[in-house]
Design a protein around this ligand. Structure first.
Ligand SMILES: [Zn+2]
Length: 405
């Protein structure tokens, strides 16, 4: 799995543990919950505290994050340097005439129950409102990163993680976790950023952007030129989600091309990767049906699979004639995860359910499973709806397309 893939898992698992709907990973031996830790830069699963110690893969008591944190703050020295940097950030923000006030390490009560936080720097901007900055000097633990991200997201306050330094050639996991939360953008307050902040009379940061393999040459960026997504964690350019969406679109392109002039039966879709399927017509039809569902869900009503006026007529007919019968469960899962899910409360739903339960003439029809090549193929082509992991990843970034909501 590429780094941004397992980092999404790592973030999702930790977020779930802290009360946000995310992901759960379990040990295959004891079924206890596990999280992702790293050793020498490699991701590993580890049991959470309180797991079954009889599990053959249990590897001892975990350090409580508070103890680990204390062990890492070598006395006061670091916290003093940290404090000075936070004051510098507050001072630079204060240069901007829109700045209505700054607070360093002061308690901020939450708007709803739960606990408040001590943001490193809390800035109040005219019009824009509150803005939190966390300054990361040493390792900030993933649990802490997660808790803060969830907290500020819930409070609707933008959160910017600023790094004390950044070496693109050597990025420790704790830093990478923070960069991941900013869509592959690393923000640093270095000498150049401080000088430019004073010149422009506002907060300017140095930003390194991931390019998949390493990082581009850094640029200087004003805080008010950043993009603020729903997650409230700003970025200059989205270097994680946009490339992912581009990849998905590229995978689908040859299928769209082939479906455009498909006559619904005789010509097989001219796509190499389909040649290994046994019942080609049914697989072609399945793809045509799935793409039609996606397009209709996206507000572009389309039926690539038959002459019926809409997908409802098409799905009902193919369920009754049996050509899409083995895919009833797959189609149901797809529809469930799109804006067309209301179809399942209609005849489409009752037809699909009848086929799945093997009633009447469908008694001999076996449903394809999630590991069947057909399901795998559609999962790769329509991951927004059929790949739970990619779906979660897009949801997390506020980038799940409307059709798959
Ligand atoms: Zn276990």
């Amino acid at each position: 799995m590429p780094r941004d893939g397992w980092e999404t898992l790592r973030a999702g698992i930790t977020d779930h543990r802290h009360g946000k709907l995310g992901m759960v990973a379990r040990c295959i031996a004891c079924n206890g919950e596990v999280y992702i830790t790293t050793a020498q830069g490699r991701p590993l699963f580890a049991h959470y505290q309180g797991s079954d110690t009889r599990c053959p893969w249990y590897s001892g008591k975990n350090m409580h994050p508070n103890d680990a944190r204390a062990a890492q703050y070598h006395g006061q020295q670091e916290s003093e340097a940290h404090r000075r940097m936070c004051e510098l950030i507050a001072e630079l923000c204060g240069l901007d005439e829109r700045c209505e006030g700054t607070k360093v390490d002061e308690y901020r009560a939450p708007t709803e129950n739960e606990y408040g936080r001590y943001p490193d720097v809390l800035v109040n901007w005219r019009v824009f409102g509150q803005f939190a900055v966390e300054y990361q000097m040493s390792h900030t633990f993933q649990t802490e990163v997660s808790q803060r991200c969830i907290h500020y997201e819930r409070e609707g306050i933008p959160l910017l993680w600023v790094l004390s330094s950044f070496d693109p050639a050597r990025v420790p996991q704790a830093v990478s976790d923070v960069v991941h939360r900013h869509r592959g953008n690393a923000f640093v307050l270095d000498q150049a950023a401080v000088a430019e902040s004073r010149r422009l009379q506002t907060l300017v940061l140095t930003c390194f952007m991931s390019n998949g393999e390493g990082y581009d040459e850094p640029i200087l960026i004003r805080f008010d030129a950043l993009k603020f997504p729903d997650s409230r964690r700003p970025f200059v350019e989205d270097r994680l989600i946009m490339p992912l969406l581009d990849q998905i679109a590229a995978r689908r392109l040859p299928y769209f091309e082939a479906l455009k002039d498909w006559d619904h039966h005789s010509n097989r879709l001219p796509i190499d990767e389909l040649t290994s399927f046994k019942n080609r017509l049914h697989v072609d039809r399945l793809i045509a049906a799935a793409f039609s569902i996606m397009e209709t869900a996206a507000g572009r009503p389309q039926n690539f699979a038959s002459d019926h006026e809409n997908i409802k007529g098409m799905i009902n007919t193919y369920q009754n004639t049996g050509s899409l019968a083995p895919y009833a469960k797959l189609l149901m899962t797809l529809i469930e995860n799109t804006s067309q899910r209301a179809l399942l409360e209609d005849t489409v739903g009752s037809n699909l359910r009848r086929t799945i339960s093997g009633q009447g003439k469908f008694a001999d029809v076996e449903q394809v499973s999630e590991i069947s090549p057909e399901w795998q193929l559609l999962r790769r082509l329509l991951p927004e709806a059929l790949d739970p992991f990619e779906r979660q990843r897009l949801k997390e970034a506020g980038a799940l397309p409307e059709w798959a909501i």
